[in-house]
Design a protein around this ligand. Structure first.
Ligand code: NAP
Length: 542
């Protein structure tokens, strides 16, 4: 618990941003432009957030690189050259470091400092932050840019610590190279991360065993280098690219086809689906007929089409059936994009263990024991996902006005206003927080919206001399109710995934949680604008 009083030695700032990832970097840039005294606190030893941590083999974009960069600086757009349509993690991390240095942001960032607790002091109207090293800082405003997928979760398997070989969660992949050649490797988890790792290492290791609980619907990424001509075209058309992203529900260049499935003759439908499957990126997921993620029957048709693709790509029919999801329709969970993922299972050195048939009983000093037998490994890779969206908040002891804990308030799921503020937690701005429009979007596109909006909120407060902002409980209830309503707009809630708040490795995360705003980026943007136009309806200023 942080003592309420801080002494005169405690550094005092007007704003503190927690996190130096994609969102924190841009928020820092914007607040500095306003001449605000602001610091970024970052637990890692460098900027980059998700791209700093996820160094596992195969980590790369599945948004087109040129839709992922920041859009705010023409100079930056012109000078940065993406080498591939879907850039790998090292390149993205280089890009983010380049941005930090280009705009001279590094000196406003403190690395290696983990925020342990944040307490709002009602009398002083300030947040006091305690870092893990015991030091403190205070600030008027606290902006969280702590990531959606930054609190990794390990499986609850007996004996994990007993393993004598190497083992990591993908999020904690070491900075120094990990030798894979000649190794017997296990991967647990087949989400977007596991699928990237498996595809990348299958031909590099001696032996790879994948422990799969529920398969996902994966589809080809179709990555390729960007040639010079294309590069020139991209650079000349950034305005159009970002315009297009602004129009689509997810902020990607892919948006739904305006036609409905039933309006299109059967042969044309199939030709269209073949074309989607052969095209790069998320078109295969979100570029489909507009009712493909809404109408159960249409979804079932498309799901059948994709299942056949898997059957065509996997030589052994029994393995193919194991890789085909039976519990959810295509696109109702996040679709992992892959490069030769299914072909990996045609290799002699790759083995699939369906842990529904032969459950994992424990980790032993030499490997993994299933109900069938002992498997020996040199390396175990846990690609087991995250305490998504709210997990990073729960890892900081956040106490609001009157001693109320955020973790208590959100115990059964988040409650917010616009996904940006929480009643009882004044001056806390939850950038890319739960229920904001950015959770389900092409991340940089989503966060640019909320950062710009939040920056305007801060400007509004400064211009009018306000020192405190907080939403009303009514506004918060109404927004949370609206977020729940948006879950009826698509089939997403029919599947258990991090989108819907499920995580078998966390106590109590076994029912639907309203984590994300499902109304689409354009509608979210409109709502944010309406709030400003109505003189910040739903917010209380002092
Ligand atoms: P995830 O989608 O939550 O997948 C975790 C996997 O681990 C699932 O297959 C899950 O099985 C399995 N698992 C978890 N606990 C287990 C246990 N106790 N025993 C056996 N299996 C277990 O996590 P992720 O793959 O890290 O991906 C999370 C998100 O990160 C993605 O949805 C995506 O948004 C993002 N991501 C983005 C990129 C990119 O942009 N290129 C790349 C990677 C990830 P069940 O399905 O049965 O629960």
């Amino acid at each position: 618990m942080v003592p309420e009083l801080t002494d005169s030695q405690t550094p005092q700032h007007e704003a503190i941003i927690i996190g130096a990832g994609v969102c924190g970097i841009y928020q820092l840039y914007r607040l500095l432009q306003q001449g605000i005294d602001v610091r970024v606190l970052e637990a890692a030893n460098g900027p980059g957030g998700t791209w700093y941590h996820n160094r596992y083999p195969g980590a790369r974009f599945d948004s087109e690189s040129y839709t992922y960069g920041y859009s705010f600086s023409r100079e930056l757009l012109d000078e940065w050259t993406w080498s591939e349509h879907f850039a790998g993690q090292p390149e993205t991390l280089r890009y983010l470091n380049h941005v930090v240095d280009k705009f001279d942001l590094r000196r406003h960032m403190r690395f290696g400092c983990k925020v342990k607790a944040a307490v709002f002091d009602d009398a002083a109207c300030r947040w006091t932050l305690e870092l893990e090293d015991g030091s403190r800082l205070t600030s008027r405003l606290l902006l969280t840019a702590i990531g959606l997928l930054s609190a990794p979760t390990m499986p609850r398997i007996e004996g994990i610590d007993r393993f004598k070989g190497e083992s990591f969660h993908t999020y904690y992949w070491p900075q120094e190279p990990v030798a894979l050649e000649g190794k017997r490797v296990a991967v647990i988890g087949t989400g977007a991360t596991g699928v990237q790792v498996i595809s990348e290492i299958a031909d590099k290791v001696a032996d790879l065993t994948v422990f799969q609980r529920r398969p996902n619907w994966c589809a080809p990424l179709h990555n390729s280098p960007i040639d010079e001509q294309t590069q020139a075209r991209i650079k000349a058309s950034y305005d159009e690219i970002f315009d297009r992203c602004r129009q689509t529900p997810g902020g990607f260049i892919h948006g739904p086809d305006r036609r409905k499935f039933a309006d299109v003759p059967v042969r044309e439908r199939l030709a269209f689906w073949e074309q989607l499957y052969a095209s790069p990126g998320f078109g295969v997921w979100i570029g489909n007929f507009r009712d493909a993620l809404v109408d159960q029957q249409v979804n079932a048709e498309y799901t059948g089409f994709i299942a056949d693709k898997i059957r065509q790509r996997v030589d052994d029919p029994e393995i193919a059936e194991k890789l085909i999801p039976k519990d959810h329709g295509f696109g109702t969970r996040r679709v992992p994009l892959e490069t030769h993922y299914y072909e990996a299972y045609n290799r002699d050195n790759v083995h699939l263990v369906d842990i529904n048939e032969t459950p994992i009983e424990g980790v032993t000093p030499t490997g993994i024991r299933t109900s069938e037998r002992d498997h020996e490994f040199d390396l175990i890779i846990y690609a087991t996902g995250f305490d998504a969206v709210t997990g990073a908040f729960d890892r900081i002891d956040i106490t609001g006005s009157g001693g109320r804990k955020l973790s208590n308030k959100w115990h059964d799921g988040p409650i917010t206003y616009l996904g940006l503020q929480v009643a009882g937690f004044p001056n806390l701005i939850t950038l890319a927080g739960p229920q904001s429009g950015s959770v389900l979007s092409n991340f940089p596109r989503g966060i640019e919206e909320v950062v710009d909006w939040s920056t305007n909120l801060v400007r509004h407060m400064r211009e009018r001399g306000y020192s405190r902002v907080e939403p009303t409980r009514e506004a918060e209830e109404k927004w949370t109710q609206h977020v729940k309503e948006t879950y009826k707009l698509s089939l997403l809630p029919t599947a258990k995934s991090w989108f819907t708040g499920y995580n078998s490795n966390l106590e109590g995360h076994d029912t639907l949680r309203y984590m994300i705003y499902n109304g689409g980026a354009p509608r979210y943007r409109e709502r944010l604008a309406e709030v400003v136009d109505s003189n910040y309806e739903g917010f209380l200023f002092q």
